[in-house]
Write a protein that binds this ligand. Structure first.
Ligand SMILES: [Fe+2]
Length: 282
């Protein structure tokens, strides 16, 4: 064996050793403590995004048990809970597991809008008791405090299947309408599928923005590259996953729960369930 071939083989073996642990992708619980103005009692919110009808153990028990252990006050579902390719069984098992137990609020993502049976799926959510809040603000009383939840539609609500690019004027109009409600008063949360419009969201007075869609940028090098590629952001996405702040607005981007639905595997980018511990801002 030539010296060059030996070097190539050792290099490949080294790369394989680095890569293999990154392909191990069990569910990850990611917890954020949020200082929330005006709150008098702690509130626990679970953020679920981008399930894409993936499986988390028999009858989704892995996911449902993780949520039950947190005993959340609310569950916020940030879109792409259904997929437009995989069958709906895992999504329905999950929704039937959470909806009778917890108040659930939902905004659709692009993959829900890409389905021909979008209206039927939304009716299904209604029948399960999941509240759709896209285009609305709802006030929710939790443990003696009031939260205002604003839901923003995905840009595909207006653009239709096959259209490219995010926000057009209808999306911006809806955001502006919700943003106009965000002046003062109760703690304001904007639930949206899309993280890439954070500049726009931060121009209003939302306290907290919750998003998904980026799938953590699919491949990561922890501590060096926080995501390689995300839809609508391209290479090295700014909002792949994590905590962001701009002009007094915080944004949490979930890396989402998509696993077997994606063609490329996740690398060092575990699917995540986000736990938000809201605490009084003293
Ligand atoms: Fe998405």
């Amino acid at each position: 064996m030539s010296k060059t071939l030996k070097i190539i083989l050792w290099t490949l073996a080294g790369l394989l050793c680095l890569l293999l642990p990154g392909l191990y992708n069990p569910l990850n619980l990611v917890r954020y403590e949020i200082k929330a103005k005006g709150l008098t009692n702690p509130i626990c919110i679970v953020l679920v995004t981008d399930l894409h009808s993936c499986a988390y153990g028999p009858d989704q028990r892995e996911l449902l048990d993780a949520i039950d252990r947190e005993k959340p006050d609310l569950i916020l579902l940030g879109g792409d809970i259904y997929d437009d390719d995989l069958p709906d069984g895992n999504t329905l098992t999950f929704l039937k597991g959470v909806a009778p137990q917890y108040p659930c609020y939902y905004v659709p993502g692009n993959h829900e809008y890409w389905r021909d049976d979008f209206s039927e799926k939304m009716a299904e959510l209604d029948s399960l008791g999941v509240h759709r809040i896209a285009g609305q603000m709802v006030s929710v009383d939790v443990r003696g405090d009031r939260l205002n939840l604003c839901g923003l539609d995905d840009p595909y609500a207006w653009e239709g299947k096959g259209a490219k690019g995010p926000a057009d004027h209808s999306f911006r109009d809806q955001l502006a309408r919700l943003g106009a409600l965000s002046k003062g008063g109760a703690y304001m949360i904007l639930l949206t599928h899309r993280p890439e419009c954070f500049d726009l969201y931060a121009s209003y007075d939302f306290d907290l923005v919750l998003a998904g869609h980026a799938h953590g940028g699919q491949w990561r090098i922890p501590g060096i590259v926080n995501g390689l590629f995300a839809p609508n952001q391209g290479l090295f996405p700014k909002y792949a996953g994590g905590r962001y702040e701009q002009s007094g607005t915080e944004m949490i981007v979930s890396r989402g729960l998509a696993r077997e639905s994606t063609k490329a595997p996740r690398i060092y980018n575990r699917p995540e369930l986000v736990i938000l511990d809201l605490r009084a801002d003293q």
